[in-house]
Write a protein that binds this ligand. Structure first.
Ligand SMILES: NC(=O)c1ccc[n+]([C@@H]2O[C@H](COP(=O)([O-])OP(=O)(O)OC[C@H]3O[C@@H](n4cnc5c(N)ncnc54)[C@H](O)[C@@H]3O)[C@@H](O)[C@H]2O)c1
Ligand SMILES: O=P(O)(O)OC[C@@H](O)[C@@H](O)[C@H](O)[C@H](O)CO
Length: 418
């Protein structure tokens, strides 16, 4: 049995699909940490749901049935703890978003995981792998640290393999639900839509055994780090850049942001000129080709990936997706013009929160209030997120100038002249 925390769209289109395609009998008990809606929807349809896969032209529908039980954490806490402690559970996966790793209070996702692992250790539940599938740096180590904080120590027999996950899965829209109903002939409130591309790279450290996810295309490697760095900097770096520039220029979805040549040029130059020189290719991977493919994947119009969704929680995402690129380019003697520009666009997004036409944009970030209070002080603002870069005269000067230009001329005009 696998216990999964975070019953969002991504789990349903990625780990659940890999587990079904492995075909070796593993089943999933999925825990919803917050909203009960998906729990109700799945219970009403025998836990089965539709995966729509579209390249922008054709769409296929597949029934996913690897999820066999669902639990709502706030109201079914004891069942969650018992399921984690159960010796039949041998793998635990998580997609709980970046910010959830900092919340180790009792009752939080990490708190419940920790309570279950503690009971498991006391009851002799046996070894188990706990696998973060969130877009974090060193997600295995990060999760281990969170569990250690919540438990006081790391329970024996628990491994935390590092992973890299890659598939674009936007929030399901009403139109997606209508497409699922049309293709399957039944209403499905838990349907998800994804691109054809799907990748999962994992460190093979599963002391209690694991599904044969390699049968579904997963790769087990000794060192996940080069894959992680490449994916987070190329794909997620470009995604966040398009999300902030799109949001501030009145564009709703990522595919449409790439339809604007000015925004597409920024994303392309960011990848080619700033990100690629900071990377070492994983064995057998052509990173230039991966970068081009990422941009073409993002042009998929079947994915209604909202700029506002990707823009959320920038204070946690931007350091992972863009600041490493800035630092490595500087260390190598280069000036990461495009990455700095992207950081400046994010700072404008989180502090000013109106687009070029003066319309309010959606900002959801745990540090938004604090950063907004620093809007009048560009150096202080940068120091709040990257003190080392605030001390770098050229970077701080460029970001200050970009912020002033955005205020005077608008983001799009500045980007078109950059
Ligand atoms: N959607 C994608 O394209 C994609 C691709 C790769 C990785 N991921 C990873 O998966 C995560 C979830 O993406 P999604 O598309 O399923 O999003 P989603 O909004 O559909 O689901 C988010 C899930 O996280 C839970 N959650 C949110 N805040 C939480 C908190 N503070 N504590 C505990 N749980 C919390 C929600 O209850 C929900 O189950 C992302 O944050 C990312 O790290 C997503
Ligand atoms: O899911 P988030 O919020 O961490 O980030 C939004 C997207 O950039 C991300 O989900 C990508 O679609 C994904 O990482 C592709 O593999």
């Amino acid at each position: 049995m696998i216990v999964h925390f975070g019953l969002g769209a991504f789990h349903r289109a990625h780990q659940a699909v890999h587990t079904q395609e492995a075909g070796d009998g593993w089943a999933i008990c999925a825990v919803a940490p917050r909203s009960p809606d998906v729990v109700r929807a799945l219970r009403a349809q025998d836990h089965r749901y539709t995966l729509l896969v579209s390249d922008g032209d054709d769409v296929s529908a597949t029934e996913i049935s690897s999820v066999r039980r669902v639990l709502h954490a706030p109201t079914e806490t004891e069942q969650v703890v018992r399921q984690v402690a159960d010796p039949a559970t041998r793998v635990i996966t998580l997609t709980i978003t970046e910010k959830a790793y900092a919340d180790t209070r009792p009752g939080s996702a990490i708190g419940l995981l920790a309570a279950g692992l503690t009971r498991r250790a006391a009851d002799g539940g046996g070894p188990v792998a706990v696998v973060s599938c969130d877009n974090l740096l060193a997600n295995g180590r990060r999760l281990r640290e969170a569990v250690r904080n919540a438990c006081g120590s790391v329970p024996e027999g628990v491994s935390f393999p590092a992973t890299v996950v890659d598939r674009m899965v936007p929030a399901t829209t009403r139109e997606d639900l209508a497409t699922a109903a049309k293709l399957t002939g039944r209403e499905d409130l838990a349907a998800v839509v994804a691109e054809p591309y799907s990748q999962w790279v994992l460190q093979d450290d599963f002391p209690g055994g694991r599904p044969a996810w390699e049968r579904a295309g997963a790769r087990f490697v000794a060192d996940v780090e080069p894959y992680e760095r490449a994916k987070l900097r190329i794909l997620n770096g470009a995604h966040s850049t398009l999300a902030y520039t799109g949001a501030l220029t009145g564009v709703e979805h990522v595919a449409d942001a790439l339809g604007d040549p000015v925004l597409a040029r920024l994303a392309g130059r960011l990848i080619r000129e700033d990100v690629l020189p900071t990377l070492t290719a994983p064995p057998g991977v052509d990173l230039r080709e991966y970068g081009e493919r990422v941009l073409s994947r993002m042009r998929n119009r079947a994915l209604r990936h909202r700029c506002a969704q990707i823009a959320m929680d920038g204070s946690l995402k931007v350091p992972i997706r863009l600041l490493g690129t800035v630092r490595d380019r500087l260390a190598a003697g280069g000036m990461p013009r495009w990455a700095c520009l992207a950081v400046a666009v994010w700072l404008r997004h989180v502090t000013v929160a109106t687009d070029d036409a003066g319309r309010p944009v959606e900002v959801s970030d745990p540090r938004a209030d604090e950063l907004r209070r620093l809007a009048h002080d560009p150096r202080g603002l940068l120091a709040a997120v990257a003190p080392d870069l605030a001390d770098h005269a050229e970077v701080a000067g460029r970001i200050r100038a970009d912020l002033a230009d955005f205020a005077a001329y608008g983001v799009r005009d500045c980007l078109s002249g950059a």
